[in-house]
Design a binder for this molecule. Structure first.
Ligand code: AMP
Length: 369
């Protein structure tokens, strides 16, 4: 039974939906989620409707009577999102979703806006792969245009001998070839754009990936960050304005020789922003809700220094995590499964040195050392 209070409909019911609910309940919001799994993590914080996200009718029914509909999974098919959007305002809009779903459309848009991206080329057919490699050279990264996440659907090509194997592994689907960037580090910026176009950007964070999956973040990014912050901020604002985006937008970046290149966009709350729950004045989840509801945005300022570590596969020992000074455990309530994001731990501190110390202690627990 849904009591008083505006209803937010969410397409997808994973941990991002769960954290949206955790941020929105204190604001008086109620939540409905659409997810194919009866065990969806977000069921703890709202009403769950179990159905495929390819089911446009189910999405439309979910949005009926809601004040707004949003998505927490960027694989939501465009027609599903549009069907829901016919019943309640869809924020972010379907174009933001569709551009971010297709790596070629995304990079083509970024290049058109004059934003820095790695060299890329579309690949259609095995002959097209040889042609693209001829143009970009090696090493390069071959990726599926759609459906890739957490390092899935991509292969690094180092020598001509790698092409056949990669082609066979990814299958005869639309692909994109990208220059392999010898980056110095990876960074991410989270922007939040309100209904009136007002945009705020959280501090730039340093991200660390292993096997294509986010492992850890440090916020704010260490080092003299002013120049990087301004450049990343400008990129995120340009993209958000172009897409007429409303809500949270994540921009994943490579830093090479002090310059930024855009790797990927996510038109939603993002793993690289989980630190904001304890580490910023307003979390990315609360600000996403404020934005899509047309409410004033909250401050994106960092409170001290934060580090975040993902728990993959299984949760770390709860008591050992909680014994670390400044540590906060987030258990997504999901079953264990190799490589699955089942939780995260954020550590907050007053100085970057104390943060790094806390992060090292948390990593030791998460890695089972
Ligand atoms: P993605 O799914 O595109 O975000 O890729 C996941 C991770 O793979 C990135 O965070 C990088 O660590 C790595 N990666 C992806 N694309 C490239 C590239 N063009 N050059 C070098 N590393 C890459």
């Amino acid at each position: 039974v849904e009591g008083a209070g505006p209803v937010v409909a969410v397409l997808g019911g994973g941990q991002l939906g769960r954290m949206l609910g955790l941020a929105g309940i204190p604001l008086g919001l109620r939540f409905r989620f659409l997810d194919p799994s009866p065990d969806a993590a977000a069921a703890a914080v709202g009403a769950l409707r179990v159905s495929s996200l390819h089911d446009a009718d189910a999405a439309a029914a979910l949005a009926e009577g809601a004040v707004v509909v949003t998505y927490e999974w960027e694989g939501v098919p465009g027609p599903t999102a549009r069907a829901a959007g016919a019943r309640a305002p869809l924020r972010p809009n379907a174009r933001a979703l569709e551009v971010a779903q297709d790596r070629l459309a995304e990079k083509t848009m970024l290049a058109r806006l004059g934003l820095p991206v790695p060299a890329f080329a579309p690949v259609d057919g095995r002959g097209g792969l040889d042609e693209a490699v001829g143009r970009l050279g090696l090493p390069a990264v071959l990726k599926t245009r759609r459906g890739g996440y957490d390092g899935k659907g991509q292969r690094v090509l180092r020598t001509a001998g790698d092409l056949d194997e990669a082609w066979a592994a990814l299958g005869d689907v639309p692909l994109i070839l990208e220059e392999h960037v010898a980056f110095d580090r990876e960074l991410s910026i989270i922007a939040v754009r309100g209904l009136d176009g007002t945009t705020a950007c959280y501090p730039l964070v340093e991200t660390e990936h292993g096997g294509g999956i986010l492992r850890a973040t440090r916020a704010p990014a260490p080092g003299p960050a002013e120049a990087g912050q301004a450049a990343a901020d400008a990129i995120a604002r340009r993209v958000a304005d172009e897409l007429d985006h409303v809500g949270t937008l994540a921009v994943e970046l490579f830093e090479r020789d002090g310059r930024l290149l855009v790797n990927e966009l996510a038109p939603r709350v993002h793993n690289s922003g989980h630190w904001t729950i304890e580490g910023a004045v307003t979390s990315q989840f609360e600000n996403h809700l404020r934005a899509i509801l047309g409410w004033p945005l909250g401050s994106v300022a960092a409170r001290g220094h934060s580090g975040m570590v993902n728990a993959l596969g299984t949760l770390p020992d709860r008591e050992r995590v909680l014994a670390v000074t400044g540590a906060h455990l987030h258990d997504y309530g999901k079953g264990p499964h190799p490589g699955r994001k089942v939780g995260h731990v954020t550590v907050t501190a007053d100085t970057s040195a104390a943060r790094d110390q806390g992060l090292a202690a948390i990593r030791a627990v998460v890695d089972g050392r």
